[in-house]
Design a protein around this ligand. Structure first.
Ligand code: IMP
Length: 430
């Protein structure tokens, strides 16, 4: 069976890019199957840091084919910038990148809609989206009438399609915001010309990735599916409505890539040794104190895509266990262990108190999750720098005890421990 997935088990930013980069040498193809430029995957190789948004982290390995499949929403100018940036730094981007003609494209009106709607959706708290037009683009995909796919840019009616959609979007935006239809800078002719330029530059990469991947699995080629965001941001199974607009847990791999589940035999779940979240929504173990700020500073917890400070808190075993079960995880990769090295005491949330009842179930409603009180177990910190260690046996006993406890609570073995951003700073347990 050729398929392995790497899936985030928290609210995104679990350092999946590093793990994918570590694993790619064992795979021929790396597939990105959801999300878009809301994601920011950081990969550090030696003294070079790469920040990828759409393109799979496999692009840094010259032997790997990188596929952006139908479940992704592609922002043409952003992906072109990404491609140019890689080429400028000497990374080859040519036949090793394939973009699905079925993938939907993010258009300027999506970004405007995202800006207008994010603050308005809920009276109490906004979702705090990345403002990359992701939700509006997926909404149009599911709504079908006003959607544009990458392959549509090469068809004769592309201009007409833009004109029709722009006419509707101008009315919609005016209705949403009470301003005039021409106040949003949407000019169909300008957008068409600009996007035709993008289409020309992207054409060499656009193809039928679904057939390519089906042929690949039938030929037993080894494929790595690179998750984006995290399981708790899954639109169906996450902390709705404080989620992204696609299936970002393991259950989304087949739908987004077009590869049936029968070809996927291994799922690696990625979690940080603590928890972070960007944007709004409940976060039971969040720390609003100095320790939270310490974790933010030590872990450089600022968004790759938006630069926003990430909310930080203790490891939540209830949430990660739920995510690991949902995503069908076989083994865990625990990231950023080095960040905890500087803390005298470390808490792990082992259960929730929901209205006086102890539970280890992850509530399905955001308002219930908002009410839970985390039940903590307190562990002494190891207070020793671990970033130079490469073997499990060399870790301080307290760090190993922490790993054992996390593994026990999540009911999955830990296979990789990351002790720093570099490829080298990794401990393979097996
Ligand atoms: P959207 O995906 O831009 O619509 O944002 C919806 C929610 O998902 C917001 O809370 C974002 O902060 C969060 N989100 C989206 N992409 C990522 C990511 O790659 N990492 C972490 N959070 C993300």
């Amino acid at each position: 069976m050729p398929g392995t997935c790497v899936i985030g088990l928290q609210w995104g930013d679990e350092a999946k890019g590093k793990l994918v980069d570590l694993l790619t040498s064992d795979y021929e193809i790396v597939v990105r199957f959801l999300g878009g430029a809301n994601a920011g995957h950081t990969v550090v190789v030696g003294d070079q840091t790469y920040k990828l948004h759409h393109i799979p982290s496999g692009i840094l390995n010259p032997r790997v084919i990188n596929v952006v499949s139908p479940g992704v929403v592609i922002n043409p100018p952003t992906i072109l910038k990404e491609i140019d940036g890689l080429i400028e730094r000497g990374i080859e981007v040519g036949e090793n990148l394939m973009l699905s003609a079925r993938a939907h494209i993010v258009c300027p009106w999506h970004i405007t809609e995202d800006r207008l709607m994010d603050g308005k959706q809920l009276e109490s708290e906004s979702i705090g989206t990345t403002l990359r037009g992701i939700g509006p683009c997926y909404r149009d995909k599911v709504g079908r009438s006003y959607a544009i796919r990458l392959g549509d840019m090469y068809r004769d009616d592309f201009r007409e399609r833009i004109e029709q959609i722009v006419a509707v979007k101008k009315r919609l935006l005016a209705g949403l915001n009470g301003r005039g239809e021409n106040d949003y800078g949407l000019d169909a002719a300008v957008i068409h010309d600009e996007y035709q330029g993008f289409a020309g530059r992207l054409q060499r990469y656009v193809t039928d990735t679904t057939s390519y991947l089906l042929d690949a699995v039938e030929a037993d080629r080894r494929i790595l599916f690179e998750g984006a965001q995290g399981s708790l941001l899954d639109v169906d199974h996450g902390t709705f409505p404080f989620v992204t607009s696609s299936n970002s847990s393991g259950v989304g791999v087949s739908a987004g890539s077009g590869v049936p589940a029968r070809w996927i035999d291994r799922v690696l779940g990625v979690a940080k040794a603590y928890t972070t979240r960007v944007g709004g929504g409940p976060f039971p173990t969040e720390l609003h104190n100095e320790t939270g700020q310490r974790i933010r500073d030590l872990g450089k917890e600022y968004g790759t895509t938006t630069g926003r400070p990430r909310r930080c808190g203790w490891f939540d075993a209830v949430a990660v266990r739920y995510a690991a079960r949902l995503s069908g995880v076989d083994a865990l990769s625990l990231m950023m262990m080095d960040v905890l090295s500087h803390l005298p005491e470390i808490n792990i949330c082992t259960a929730y108190d929901l209205d006086g009842q102890r539970t280890t179930n992850f509530p399905g409603h955001a308002e219930d999750l908002r009410r839970v009180k985390p039940i903590y177990e307190t562990w002494p910190g190891w207070e020793t720098d671990v970033s130079h260690l490469r073997r499990l046996a060399d870790l301080p006993i307290r760090a190993r005890q922490y790993l054992d406890r996390v593994s026990e609570l999540v009911a999955r073995p830990i296979e990789v421990v990351s002790v720093g951003p570099d490829r080298e700073q990794s401990i393979f347990v097996k």
